[in-house]
Structures are given as structure tokens and as C-alpha cells.
Design a protein around this ligand. Structure first.
Ligand code: FAD
Length: 432
């Protein structure tokens, strides 16, 4: 069962025109819309299903700088400052707590990875530090795991995915943004070589700019327009427990489990490092671009061949504005839970922190992630289509950086001074 988000009263009306259309009501599109609305820019968000019903409500809620690519750290730092402002900005406690994140290493090889990362971010003034086994025992008592060491960043944090997007959407609506659910955008309409609007299943909306924040669907949307965005789908499986006395408030990532304290007193748990790749046509078309990352980082990707390939092929890759689009055929991407992965996570966690043997599992779900070849998002104008900006490909770590990512996207749309240098996020890095 998918996590249930706090309901938001979205618009029953369908506007004829606006200044900016945002395609996709995930946390990135909603944050961009809030930023635009705060600046007085008329904005309409169009969501094919329900806001935040895909990745943005299914994630683990980790907000981390630890182990992030060095060039991605400024986005995370800018986001930390924006997370701190979130209660004031939205009028809601979205569960943001700087409770820290810690990774524990079982082997010297894993520890060497943490040491390399700490070295790579020297000069960025992060509070990350390496841990001894004794410090791990002090920070998360009651453990039985054999750790050679770990890494800890006290200023990393967490927030509640089922609260945040709703709070942002409500704040955006209060400032004049219009959010329409159950409204898939089929394609763009063009005039004089630039964007003139979007064509939806309910008709056309005229606009000057479009922000595509469609998560794992952006690749298909752009492909139909002749623009290549390399992203592949990967599935992660998750469960949560009832409220319980756990070992620590710090979010902990082990080699084959992770746990994170929730605002409701329970824990969100996953088999960290084990991802599921449901084979699709895209794996065959662009899978080779991912080989270096696969070898270096995703030692535990399990490939499944089956009905996902058939489903993917049946969705179609080319359509016109008058055709029913793939987005209307999958309102919400709700991949099935992978019981084997959840059972492994539970088993591994119980061995490491036996207090979890008493955990009561309340809910399980899975989510599909959009991963780029370098695991960095694209936040960038699409030069081939004047008037189109893209913010997608967050590669399984876009919840934490969404405040600054959404703001950066809004900056690019309005040609304002960007919150930070957007060049690492350019789409052109994949096309040369
Ligand atoms: C299981 C799991 C665990 C994760 N854990 C973490 C974590 O701990 N920390 C972290 O930082 N990140 C995490 N992530 C990643 C994070 O959730 C995502 O990076 C982030 O939510 C991406 O937000 P988004 O708005 O880009 O995409 P989404 O939330 O997927 O939103 C995109 C929206 O666009 C809509 N859409 C697409 N095409 C169209 C169209 N044509 N017309 C209308 N609507 C359209 C979709 O319906 C969807 O609602 C995790 C992800 C998963 C799945």
C-alpha cells in the first residue's frame, strides 16, 4: 500500500492561459511553483495523477550531504538553509529535523570509500567526520554488528515525505498557484519556433514557459519531441514500523539495511544498496552508459525480466496531441513491493540492532527512481526547445535537495540570478 499524503484541495477548474506551466506535481515541480508564486509569477501545475503520489511520497525522507558527489554538495547546503525555513514558509511542521546521518562500514573496503569521500570534500566546510566502532556504539547503542568504522554528519537530517509536498502545494495555492490533478500533459504546442502552450487531455493551456518536472516520465515525454534524456528506472522496496523505542534518532545506513526515525515514532527501513531493475527497452537502449556506475556503486542491482518489459512496450513512445498518451495510461506508478528485499532488510537490521526484533511492520511499499548515468539530476534549459526547462533525473536522492533544486528551476524559467551555478546540471553534458 502506497503512503498516504495529507490531502490538498486542488483546482477543479481548467485555466486557459498562464505564464508558466509546470508539468508534474512531485516535490520538485511543487517547490518550483511555490517559488514562482512567491515571486508573483502566474503558474499552473498539471499532474497526471495525484500530487506527490510517485517518488515524492515514497522516499525514505533522508536529507543528506554525506556521500554526495562533491559538485552536488552546494545544492544540498543551499537546501539545508531552505529546509530550515520550511515551517515558516509553509506554516507546517513537515518533520524537518537535523538529527544526523551515519553510515557504518563492515569492511576496510567500505571504510576506504568513506575516507575517500571525506578527502574529496575537504574545503567545503562540512561537519562530516569518520567514526570509530566505539563512537558508533555510543551514537547508536545496543548494536551487535561488527563495524570497522563509519562516517557521521550531524547537520544531515530528515523530513516526512507524506507531509512536505502537501504543505508546499497548499502554500503555493495560497499564493495564487493553480494545481490541477488528473490532468496529463500530452505534448507542447509551438509557435514561431518557441513554446506557446501545452496540450493536455483536457485541452490546451497557452503559456510562455514550461518546466518539465515529470520524474521518471520526463524521458518518455522528451523522447516524443526528439530530445534524448538518459534516465533508467530502478525500484526500491521499503517498509515502516509502528512507533517503538529504537537505538537512535540518527538515520543509519548499513551495507545491507538502513533505518530512519519517523515523526510518528516508527522507523522507515529498506535494504540499502539493493535495487531492482525491471528490464525495459531503455535498459537495452542506454544501459551501456551506466556500466561504470554499475561497477563502482550498484553492486547489488538485481535485474528482473518479465511483465515490466511488456508493460513498457505497450505504453508507446510516439503519439500526437490528439492521441491518448502514456501518461493517461499510468496515472500513478505503483510498483509492487519486493517481499524478498524487505525480508533481507529486516533480517540484516535485526542482526545489527536486535531491538528491531520487536518491531511491528505497519506498511510496505515500493517506488520507482529515475537514474541518470552520472547519478546527478538535470536542471537545465532544453536548448532545442526555446521556452522549455527541465528538472528531472534526481537519481534516488532528490528529496533532500528539492528545496534548492526547485528554486534553481524557477530561477532558470524566469531568467533570474540562479541560487547557485547550474552548469553541473546541464542537459548538454549528456549530448556533448
Ligand atoms: C523508495 C525511494 C526512496 C528514496 N529515498 C530518498 C531519500 O531518502 N532521500 C532523497 O533525497 N531522495 C530519495 N528518493 C528520491 C526522491 O524521492 C526523488 O528524487 C524525488 O522525489 C523526485 O521528485 P520529482 O518531483 O522529480 O519526481 P516525482 O515525485 O516522481 O514527481 C513527478 C510527477 O510528475 C508527474 N508527471 C509525469 N509526467 C507527467 C505528464 N506528462 N503530465 C502530468 N504529470 C506528469 C508524475 O505523475 C509525478 O507525480 C527516494 C526515492 C524512492 C522511490
Amino acid at each position: 500500500m502506497a503512503p498516504v499524503i495529507v490531502p490538498v484541495q486542488t483546482s477543479p477548474d481548467f485555466p486557459e492561459k498562464t505564464t508558466v506551466v509546470v508539468i508534474g506535481g512531485g516535490i520538485v515541480g511543487l517547490t518550483a511553483a511555490l517559488t514562482l508564486a512567491e515571486r508573483g509569477v502566474p503558474v499552473v501545475v498539471l499532474e497526471k495523477g495525484r500530487i506527490a503520489a510517485e517518488q515524492s511520497s515514497r522516499n525514505l525522507g533522508w536529507i543528506r550531504k554525506t556521500s554526495r558527489d562533491k559538485v552536488d554538495v552546494p545544492l544540498a547546503l543551499a537546501s539545508d538553509a531552505l529546509w530550515a525555513e520550511m515551517p515558516k514558509r509553509t506554516g507546517t511542521d513537515v518533520g524537518y529535523r537535523q538529527a544526523g546521518i551515519m553510515y557504518v562500514a563492515r569492511t576496510d573496503d567500505e571504510m576506504a570509500g568513506h575516507e575517500r569521500w571525506i578527502k574529496s570534500v575537504e574545503g567545503l566546510s562540512l561537519d562530516s567526520r569518520l567514526l570509530s566502532p566505539a563512537e558508533i556504539a555510543r551514537l547508536a547503542p545496543g548494536g551487535r554488528g561488527t563495524w570497522v568504522g563509519g562516517i557521521y554528519t550531524a547537520s544531515d537530517g530528515r523530513a516526512e515525505p507524506t507531509l512536505v509536498s502537501s504543505a508546499i502545494a497548499s502554500a503555493a495555492i495560497a499564493r495564487g498557484a493553480v494545481i490541477v490533478e488528473q490532468c496529463a500533459v500530452r505534448t507542447l504546442s509551438m509557435a514561431a519556433g518557441r513554446i506557446a502552450g501545452v496540450v493536455t487531455e483536457r485541452g490546451e493551456i497557452r503559456c510562455e514557459q514550461v518546466l518539465l518536472a515529470g520524474g521518471l516520465w520526463s524521458r518518455r515525454f522528451l523522447g516524443n519531441l526528439g530530445v534524448a534524456l538518459p534516465t533508467l528506472p530502478l525500484v526500491a522496496s521499503v517498509f515502516r514500523t509502528s512507533p517503538m523505542d529504537g537505538p537512535t534518532d540518527i538515520a543509519v545506513g548499513g551495507p545491507d539495511f538502513s533505518f530512519r526515525k519517523r515523526l510518528d515514532g516508527g522507523y522507515t527501513i529498506t535494504q540499502r544498496g539493493a535495487l531492482f531493475a525491471p528490464l525495459t527497452l531503455d535498459h537495452l537502449l542506454i544501459g551501456h552508459k551506466y556500466l561504470p556506475t554499475l561497477i563502482a556503486q550498484w553492486k547489488n542491482v538485481r535485474i528482473s525480466v518479465g511483465r515490466d518489459l511488456v508493460r513498457d512496450l505497450s505504453l508507446g513512445r510516439r503519439w500526437t496531441a490528439s492521441d491518448r498518451s502514456p501518461f493517461e495510461n499510468t496515472r500513478i506508478m505503483d510498483p509492487p513491493v519486493i517481499p524478498a528485499l524487505n525480508a533481507e532488510a529486516q533480517h540484516n537490521l535485526e542482526a545489527a540492532w536486535p531491538v528491531f526484533k520487536g518491531a511491528v511492520v505497519r506498511q510496505s511499499w515500493a517506488g520507482m527512481i529515475d537514474v541518470t548515468p552520472d547519478s546527478m539530476p538535470v536542471i537545465s534549459p532544453v536548448t532545442k526547445i526555446p521556452g522549455l526547462t527541465l528538472a528531472s533525473g534526481f537519481s534516488g536522492h532528490g528529496f533532500g535537495t528539492s528545496p534548492a533544486a526547485g528554486q534553481l528551476a524557477a530561477d532558470l524559467v524566469t531568467a533570474s540570478t540562479p541560487i547557485l551555478d547550474p552548469s553541473p546540471y546541464s542537459l548538454d553534458r549528456f549530448t556533448g
